[in-house]
Every structure is written in C-alpha cells, then in structure tokens.
Write a protein that binds this ligand. Structure first.
Ligand code: GN1
Ligand code: MG
Length: 370
C-alpha cells in the first residue's frame, strides 16, 4: 500500500542495497515521512527516510534544501575539527539519479531523502529525565557548532516563523474572517490571547531593538527531533532541519521545554493532566546551559523562562488559528484536533506562568553551580 504511493519516487534516488519495504512515520505534523527498509549486500541494514516536503508550509523547497546542505556540511566540518566522527551524527542527504538533492514528481510534489540514523530512537514523550538533559545538550551543541556559521547565508524558509507578535495579528485576522464559521464559540479563547498580547511580544521587541541577538537556530526543537542512542542514552543527532535559519536561542530553548517538560501530550484532551514538570525543566536547562552557558548573553539567560511562555502561547495561537481557518496547516486526526491542541497549550501556558519564580530560582542555581 505504502509502496504503491511512493514506488516511482523511490526509483529516483540513489539508494544502495536491496529494498525490503516501507512504512509511514506519523510523528511529524507537517511533512509526509516514510522509512524505507534496505539491506546491504552482507545482510546489514541501511535504511533511509523519504519525505514529501509540505509546500503549503514551505513555499520554496529549493531554499529549504539549500539551508540543509549548507548547515549539515558545516556541522560535519565542525565535528571533524573536533576529532569526532560525523557519521550517524549529522543528517546525510541522498542524491537523486540526476545528482540533485530533491525530486519533483509529475504532480509537482517535492521529495528528498536522508540516510536513516540506526541504533537510535526519537521519542515523542520523555521517558527518562536524563534523555531530556541529553536533548538539551544536543540542541545547545547544535547552536554552538553553528555559532560561526554566517546566518545571512540562510534563507528564511518560513518567513516570520517565530514572530510571535505577527502570529497574534494572523490570529486576529483569522478571527475577523471566520472562514469556516468556527469563531462564535471561541470568545474565551480570544480573550485569553488578547490578555497576553503585550507579554508575548517582549522577545520579538528585544530582537528588534538589538537587545537579543539573532543566531543560527533550529526553530523546531520538539524532543522527537533528537535521536537518542539506544545503548548509551546519548543524544546522537539533531534532525528535522527544515526551519534552521536566523532566530533566537530562546526559540529553541522555549519550544523544547514547552513540548518535553509537559506532563502530558501536546494534544491531551484532559487538560487537568497538563502541567510543567520542573524536574524535567531543570534537566533540559542543565544540558542546554552546559553547551551554550558561555555563549548566551545575560539578557538571553534572563529571558529563558519568558521564552517558554512565549513559545507555548505562540503555538496555542497557531493551533487555534489553524482551527479557525479550517485545518489547512497542521495534519489533524479529527475535526476538533487543533482546538484540543490549542486548549492543551493554553492550560500548559497558565501553569508555566504560575511557575515563573521557581524557574528563575532553578536557573540561578544552575548558573551558580557552573
Ligand atoms: C510542526 O512537523 P513537526 O511536528 O516537526 C511545526 C512546529 C510545531 C509542531 C507542533 C514547520 O513540527 O512549528 O511546533 O508541529 N513545524 C512547522 O507539533 O510548522
Ligand atoms: Mg519534526
């Protein structure tokens, strides 16, 4: 079944070995992703990941691939310079038969492929706190290794991606348009975001006035975007590089905690189960600061707790905006999936807000102990 959908596409790439089968991977909310199983001559495994790039989200897929190739080349060089083996630690793009890194099919869909990272897993929920610390270390290391990469060489693959203030305006515009007639029941939700309008713009304003620097950042730091080694429990590779572009370290930090330190799934319908786990918060923060503690400015460090609020609020608005626009951006499993997601993020945000002082205290403690 899966094979039929993609069999013509598979032929376009220079995959090595014997094709065994394919399965669809469902953890992403934007692109369509397949794992392709291959055996090598000697019976070993050499799997691949095939992805159809969502061109509703990424209007210029060539620019996405430009960024990914440039960034992975830089990461590979940095690792070699540090005497590390980059194999399995950096994404490797697979060329097509014509030597490009993307294939456009007859229907105008764009595809690209990577080598699969073996002996590692990407988890959707934090199972062991030390894995989350490792994730923090990996995302921090990622930023550190790219700290000498020229941000101006990267395209904005999704312009204004974490411009939280603009996300608010987009939300307001969607409410005004009420395209699919879903707004009537959303009075409380709308008030919720208006109440937070100023606070959620703080980071954007600080970036604009130069108090927070732009860096090369990942911008989509869900915990399932780090591969953890099955045996050692170490984070081996940061994946999903589509949104790597100029951004703030705070986006990566805040979004990772939003997702990974929540006590429930991102779309948990029972909001009473959702809160911020301060232990997990501590784990990630410790890992992250072990890599970028010296790189970050005082202002960035001061804004770490605010970044969690901001990223949670931003995504809550994005989910609600998509609900109001009729589910055009995120993949949904039911008609109210985006509304459930928005409610879950709103609940999480309230809890994050209530823990502001505790988070600052933990960060002070971690910094003092360095
Ligand atoms: C999308 O596809 P995935 O799961 O990696 C989204 C993120 C959201 C996330 C929420 C390009 O990421 O910004 O935080 O869903 N990516 C894009 O689950 O919009
Ligand atoms: Mg992803």
């Amino acid at each position: 079944m899966v094979y039929n959908e993609i069999k013509d596409v598979i032929r376009q790439f220079r995959f090595e070995g014997k094709y065994i089968g394919a399965e669809e991977l469902h953890s992403g909310n934007v692109n369509n992703t397949y794992r392709l199983f291959y055996n090598t001559q000697d019976g070993g495994k050499s799997d691949y990941v095939l992805q159809q790039i969502n061109t509703y989200a990424f209007k210029r897929p060539e620019e996405v691939m430009h960024n990914i190739l440039a960034v992975t080349a830089h990461l590979r060089r940095s690792m070699l310079d540090a005497g590390e083996d980059p194999d399995n630690r950096v994404l490797t793009c697979i060329p097509t038969r014509t030597g490009e890194f993307m294939y456009r099919d007859g229907q105008g869909r764009y595809w690209r492929a990577y080598r699969y990272i073996h002996s590692a897993f990407a988890y959707d929920r934090v199972e062991k706190p030390e894995h989350f610390r490792e994730a923090g270390r990996a995302f921090g290391e990622f930023q550190r290794m790219l700290s000498d990469f020229p941000a101006e060489d990267l395209y904005d693959t999704i312009p204004h991606f974490h411009d939280t203030r603009r996300r608010f305006y987009a939300f307001v515009a969607a409410v005004a348009e009420d395209k699919v007639g879903r707004v009537a029941d959303l009075e409380q939700e709308i008030d919720f975001f208006f109440d937070r309008r100023k606070r959620m713009s703080r980071i954007v304003r600080r970036i604009e006035d130069g108090r927070i620097p732009l860096r090369v950042t990942h911008n989509d730091t869900k915990i399932n975007n780090v591969m953890i080694d099955e045996k050692t429990g170490r984070a081996v590779c940061v994946i999903d590089l589509d949104t790597v572009m100029a951004g703030s370290a705070l986006f990566d930090y805040g979004d990772a905690i939003r997702f990974g330190a929540s006590t429930a799934a991102e779309d948990e319908p029972d909001t009473s189960r959702i809160s911020l786990d301060l232990n997990l918060f501590r784990e990630f923060t410790a890992g992250f600061l072990s890599e970028v503690g010296d790189l970050l400015t005082e202002e960035e460090i001061r804004c770490l707790p605010l970044s969690i609020e901001t990223m949670t609020c931003e995504l809550a608005m994005r989910f609600l905006t998509d609900y109001i626009e009729g589910d055009v951006y995120f993949r949904v499993k039911s008609p109210d999936h985006n509304l459930i997601r928005a409610h879950a993020q709103m609940k999480l945000l309230e809890d994050v807000e209530s823990k502001n002082e505790q988070m600052h205290a933990i960060i002070d403690e971690l910094i003092a102990g360095r």
